[in-house]
Design a protein around this ligand. Structure first.
Ligand SMILES: [Zn+2]
Length: 168
């Protein structure tokens, strides 16, 4: 009987130790699992942050790309517009230069525009200002430059009123 009691006690002890060991293993595994879960959660959060950062970079690159495409289009348009004109001396007095519209045969588009001159300083600054050219002067409406382009004849003298300025 003592032997059976001793065996039963040993079996109970074995079961207890096995349960304790199982609990310890389970607890260790649970803690490892929890640690892994926390680590995995941190990695997922970091990956989401990285994805958002990449998406923001892609968005800003897209905005930059569109702005650059528009800038290139503007530069190509400006280049085509510049190609329509050539620098030419205007008038007979001094050295006044302006951009003259090229002959219609040299224009790939809008060849039906009438002959005209553009103010050189304004055009070089990116502004298109057609000069108002009269018989003796040229005038820019933008920069207000006014130059004499041709020699004026001697003023006719009106004997009753002096110089007749109405004929100018
Ligand atoms: Zn001007």
């Amino acid at each position: 009987m003592e032997t059976a009691t001793a065996i039963a006690a040993l079996q109970a002890s074995y079961t207890f130790l096995k349960d304790v060991a199982g609990f310890t293993l389970n607890e260790r595994d649970r803690q490892k699992f929890a640690a892994l879960q926390i680590d995995l959660t941190d990695k997922i959060i970091q990956a989401q942050a990285n994805i958002i950062e990449v998406q923001n970079a892609i968005t800003s690159k897209g905005v930059l790309l569109r702005a650059l495409q528009e800038r290139i289009s503007d530069m190509e348009r400006d280049d085509r517009e510049c190609g329509r004109y050539q620098l030419a001396k205007l008038g007979l007095v001094g050295d006044f230069f302006a951009y003259k519209l090229r002959p219609a045969s040299e224009l790939p588009e809008r060849a039906d525009e009438p002959e005209h001159f553009l103010c050189q300083p304004c055009f070089d600054a990116g502004k298109k200002s057609v000069l108002r050219v009269s018989k003796y002067t040229a005038f820019c409406l933008l920069c207000k430059a006014s130059v004499q382009t041709d020699f004026r004849p001697a003023l006719p003298v009106n004997r009753s009123r002096g110089i007749d300025r109405d004929r100018w």
